[in-house]
Design a protein around this ligand. Structure first.
Ligand code: C2E
Ligand code: CA
Ligand code: CA
Ligand code: CA
Length: 275
């Protein structure tokens, strides 16, 4: 029995070793991918529900890997956060997105995701403002999306970063509202301009009355707090119609379009006469 136990541990060690190696490879790969420009922005349409008009895009990170193809953020963002690489990754992504979107129609906004980790950097607002100046993308066309209770790690710092950006005309959204990370308490902690309902509630609305009730309640909450609500994860027309009835202001999801590359976004905007 003792021997079997030891063997089991040996096997366990090997599988942990493999996992560790895979992670290390990913981390090293990511470290060189950022300066090489392999982390690229994709653009997901955000539409005004009432008019159906395109309001802008959420910027989503993709790793355009030379041999593995497009890698999704759930694979590399957590590693970027653990290693601190997220700071460089995020600035590189914003620089690319601002540079291409600067020439798009002036009505189009960009929403970028900021990791809680980045809100520990006292110079974050200055870095973003410098990028805006350098690329010529107007601050008022930028929206910052924030999640997570880590805000409270250093609430004063987060407040000052957000305050500096808002002074320039940038708006701020509370992302993934309704999940464990974004709760009612957060709504009062920072001067948010908008709430985003997590897609887990939205995608399940057609089948689950509970989800539908939650989405309706969040829409009402937004109304009484004077905060427009964005629904994400809208996958079909039935959801689009429901959300309009409920009074959501804005929506995004596969029904309107999958996230687009720079070239794809440009093609869409050319069709719409928004270049
Ligand atoms: P998120 O901010 O909640 O982004 C929405 C995610 O939902 C995106 O996944 C998007 O592709 C996906 N999605 C959009 N429409 C639909 C739909 O109709 N149905 C379904 N099932 N999913 C839909 P993605 O691009 O894989 O991003 C995942 C998460 O990675 C993001 O969640 C965000 O938390 C993080 N992320 C992405 N880019 C960045 C970034 O530049 N910085 C940071 N800090 N995080 C990022
Ligand atoms: Ca987001
Ligand atoms: Ca979200
Ligand atoms: Ca999310």
């Amino acid at each position: 029995a003792k021997k079997a136990g030891r063997n089991r541990f040996t096997w366990f060690d090997h599988s942990m070793e493999r996992e560790l190696k895979a992670r290390n490879d990913l981390e090293n790969g990511l470290r060189s991918a950022i300066p090489r420009g392999e982390i690229v922005p994709y653009f997901e349409q955000q539409v005004d529900l009432e008019s159906g008009r395109l309001e802008g895009f959420e910027v989503l990170a993709r790793w355009d890997h030379p041999t593995r193809g497009l890698i999704l953020p759930e694979v590399f963002i957590p590693i970027a956060e653990e290693t601190g690489l997220i700071a460089d990754l995020s600035l590189s992504l914003m620089r690319q997105a601002f540079t291409v979107a600067r020439d798009w129609d002036d009505s189009l906004r960009l929403a970028v995701n900021i990791s809680p980790w980045q809100l520990r950097d006292a110079w974050l607002a200055q870095k973003i403002i410098k990028l805006l100046t350098e690329t010529g993308f107007p601050a008022r066309r930028l929206e910052i999306e924030i999640t997570e209770s880590a805000l409270f790690e250093n609430l004063e710092l987060a407040q000052s970063i957000i305050g500096n950006l808002k002074n320039q005309g940038t708006t701020v959204a509370l992302d993934d509202f309704g999940t464990g990370y974004s709760s009612l308490a957060h709504l009062r902690a920072l001067p948010f301009d908008r709430i985003k309902i997590d897609k887990s509630f939205v995608t399940s609305m057609n089948e689950s009355p509970d989800s539908a009730a939650i989405v309706t309640a969040i829409a009402r909450l937004g109304e009484s707090l004077n905060l427009p609500v964005t629904a994400e994860g809208v996958e079909d027309e039935a959801l689009d119609i429901r959300l309009r009835e409920i009074g959501c202001a804005r929506a995004q999801g596969w029904f309107y379009g999958k996230p687009l590359s720079v070239i794809g976004a440009r093609r869409l905007l050319a069709e719409k006469g928004l270049l």
